[in-house]
Design a protein around this ligand. Sequence first.
Ligand SMILES: CC(=O)N[C@H]1[C@@H](OP(=O)(O)OP(=O)(O)OC[C@H]2O[C@@H](n3ccc(=O)[nH]c3=O)[C@H](O)[C@@H]2O)O[C@H](CO)[C@@H](O)[C@@H]1O
Ligand SMILES: C=C(OP(=O)(O)O)C(=O)O
Length: 419
Amino acid sequence: MDRIRIRGGTPLEGRIPISGAKNAALPLMAAGLLTDGPLRLLNAPDLADIATMAGLLRQHGLTVEHDKQARSITLSGAARNLEAPYDLVRKMRASVLVLGPLVARFGEAKVSLPGGCAIGTRPIDLHLKGLEQMGAEIEIEAGYVLARAPRGLKGARILFPQVSVGATENLLMAACLAEGETELVNAAREPEISDLAECLMRMGARIEGIGTDRLRVEGTGSLAGATHRVVPDRIEAGTFAIAAAITGGRVLLEGARLDHLGATARILREAGVEVAERPEGLRVSRMNGLSGVDVMTEPFPGFATDMQAQFMALMCVAEGASMITETIFENRFMHVPELMRMGARINYHGHSAIVRGVPKLSGAPVMATDLRASVSLILAGLAAEGETIVNRVYHLDRGYERVEAKLAAVGAEIERIGG
Ligand SMILES: CC(=O)N[C@H]1[C@@H](OP(=O)(O)OP(=O)(O)OC[C@H]2O[C@@H](n3ccc(=O)[nH]c3=O)[C@H](O)[C@@H]2O)O[C@H](CO)[C@@H](O)[C@@H]1O
Ligand SMILES: C=C(OP(=O)(O)O)C(=O)O
C-alpha cells in the first residue's frame, strides 16, 4: 500500500488549484438517478470516492462517462437494477444517497445499510424516517433497507431533530419527484446542499429557501438533464490554508471561496493566520506566531468537523493552549495518538481535547485512520523536523486529489512511495 514521505520545514509559497468538492460531487452524481439525463457535471474531482460512486451508478444501469482531462462526468440512462449491494456501499457511506432518488423515481429500492465507520456509528434513521413520512414502506432485512412506494412518494413536512447533511440531501432529491409540497425543517445548510439544490433547479425542480435551514420543494412529475459546475472544495481549501499557516508560508488558493469557509476563516484569523479574498481565490499567509484558539465543531456555518483534525495539527505548534471539542461524531480523535508520536502535547477525554503547543514537532512514522486524520498527519509532517512517513494512505485518496503533487508544487518536500 502507498505511503507518503515528507521532510518538514519548508514554508510553502505559490498557487494551489482547488478541486471540485467531493461532498458536493457525490450527491450530484446520485441526482443522476432522477433523470434519463444527460446530467453533465463540470469541475468534477478525480478521487477514489468518485470512482466508487461511478461504479455504483453503473451497476444500477446508468452510463457514466468520467472525462478526467475535461474534468467532467456525464450521467445518462435510467436505472434497471434497484439494488445497491453491500460490497459497494460499505466502501463509502455516501452510497446511501441513491436511496431517496431510487424510491422516488422507481417506487422501490434495496440498499445495503452502510454500517459504522472509523469516526462513529453514523446511523441513517433520519433518512428512513423522512422517507416513511413521505409514504414509503421501509423494512430492514439481512442488512438491507427495503423501501417501497408503489404509488410514488407524497410531499410531507419533515422536521429533523438533528441537523444531517446526508438526510437533507436524500430527502431533498426524493421530494423533487414526490407528489405535492415537501418542507424540510432544520435542514443542513452546508454549501454542498445549496449546490445540489441549484443543480436540481436546473433539472426542473422547484425549490425555495436554498441556503436556509427550511427548504420547500414542490414536486414535479419528471426532471430533465442539465449541466452544472461542482462548487470548489471548501475542506480541501481549508486544509491547504493550514498547510500554508503551519509552515509560515504564503499561498493563493485558486478558486476557493471565503463565504464557504464559514467559521474556519474567522478561527484561522484568531490564531494569527491572514486570510484575504482575491479575485482568483483566497490568499493565505502567516508571517508571525500562532496562538491557541478554542473551537467546537458545528453544522455549517459553524466550524466544520471535517476541518477538526487539520486544525488540531496547527494548534500543536501554536503558542498557548487550545481546547477542541467535537460535537458531530463520537469518535473523531484518532489522529491524537499519532500526533503525539510526533511530539504533540494533547490530553483528551470524551468529546474534548486540550492541545498545548510545542515549539517543534519531530518527524515519525505514523498511521492514517480516516480521511481527515490522514491529512492532519501530512500537515504535521510539513511542520516537523526530519522525516515523517504516513502509512495507509488509501483514506487520503478518497478525498484529496493529487495531494502530494499539489503540495510539492508550492515547495513542500513530499513524495508518494508506491508499494
Ligand atoms: C459525503 C458527505 O457529504 N459527508 C459529510 C456528511 O456526512 P453525513 O451526511 O454522513 O453526516 P450527517 O450530517 O448526516 O451526520 C451528522 C450527525 O448526525 C448523525 N445522524 C445522521 C443521520 C441520521 O440518520 N442519524 C444520525 O444520527 C450522525 O451520526 C452524525 O453524528 O456530513 C458530515 C458532517 O458535516 C461530514 O463530516 C461528512 O464529510
Ligand atoms: C467524513 C468524510 O466523508 P464521508 O462522509 O464520505 O465518510 C469527510 O469527507 O471527511
